[in-house]
Design a protein around this ligand. Structure first.
Ligand code: SF4
Ligand code: SF4
Length: 103
C-alpha cells in the first residue's frame, strides 16, 4: 500500500527530500517516473493535485527496502501522510517497484 497525503497537509514540503523514490511532489507539479531516479522513462504526467502536496502511487514503495517505516510519515509535523488502504501491494511488489525505480 503506498502512502497518501490527506487534507491535514500544511505544504511544509519536509517530506519531499527524504523520499527515497522521489514519489512526492508539490501541488500542481507535473511528475515523471524518472524524476530523481535512474529510470529512462521521463514522460511527464499531470499533477495529481493542484492544492496539496501529493504522492504518486506508481512511485511510492512504502519505503520498503529503504527504511523500516514510511519516512514521510515520520517527518510530517501534522501526520498527513498515511497508508492508502484502498491501494494494496505486497512487500514483494513494493520491493520490485523500488528496484525498477532506483535499483
Ligand atoms: S512512504 Fe516512502 S516511498 Fe512512499 S512517499 Fe513516503 S517516503 Fe516516499
Ligand atoms: S505531508 Fe506533511 S511533511 Fe509533507 S508537505 Fe504535507 S505537512 Fe509537510
Amino acid at each position: 500500500m503506498p502512502n497518501i497525503i490527506n487534507d491535514n497537509c500544511i505544504s511544509c514540503h519536509s517530506c519531499i527530500p527524504v523520499c527515497p523514490t522521489n514519489a512526492i511532489y508539490k501541488a500542481g507539479e507535473n511528475w515523471s517516473l524518472a524524476d530523481g531516479t535512474i529510470s529512462k522513462n521521463n514522460q511527464k504526467h499531470l499533477a495529481l493535485s493542484g492544492s496539496i502536496t501529493f504522492i504518486v502511487p506508481e512511485k511510492c514503495t512504502e519505503c520498503v527496502g529503504s527504511f523500516d517505516n514510511p519516512i514521510c510519515s515520520e517527518v510530517c509535523p501534522v501526520s498527513a501522510s498515511v497508508i492508502d488502504e484502498n491501494y494494496f501491494e505486497t512487500k514483494e511488489q513494493l520491493l520490485n517497484k523500488k528496484n525498477q525505480l532506483i535499483g
